[in-house]
Design a protein around this ligand. Structure first.
Ligand SMILES: O=C(O)C(=O)C[C@]1(C(=O)O)C=C[C@@H](O)C=C1
Length: 98
């Protein structure tokens, strides 16, 4: 790869990463919106916010996907735990405000 091409690859790849980051953040916002809906449903059903069995399913699925894509599984699981923590914080906040 010559220097001209390397600069082009850097520029284009960063542009794609910016688009992907935007999509990831939009998807996180959609995930949180769904968690808010779930909080309402759980309240009606008299269910706890925390569902350890569901969280375990999500973690196991993440582990599988990490392995298939050769991504550090502990890091990816950490990321999913952060997303689930975000949901729970939002859910608690939502129910507190009611
Ligand atoms: O699926 C649920 O019951 C949710 O409330 C969503 C969610 C999640 O973020 O994926 C959050 C908290 C629960 O402990 C399990 C999963």
């Amino acid at each position: 790869m010559d220097e001209y091409r390397a600069r082009e690859v850097l520029r284009r790849s960063r542009q794609k990463i910016d688009g992907i980051d935007r999509d990831i953040l939009d998807l996180i916002a959609s995930r949180i919106a769904l968690a808010r809906e779930i909080a309402e449903a759980k309240e009606v059903l008299g269910m706890e916010i925390l569902d350890p069995e569901r969280e375990l399913q999500i973690i196991e699925r993440t582990r599988k996907i990490a392995r298939e894509n050769r991504i550090d599984e502990n890091k990816l699981i950490e990321l999913m735990k952060i997303l689930m923590d975000l949901s729970k914080t939002e859910q608690k906040e939502m129910l507190r405000r009611q």
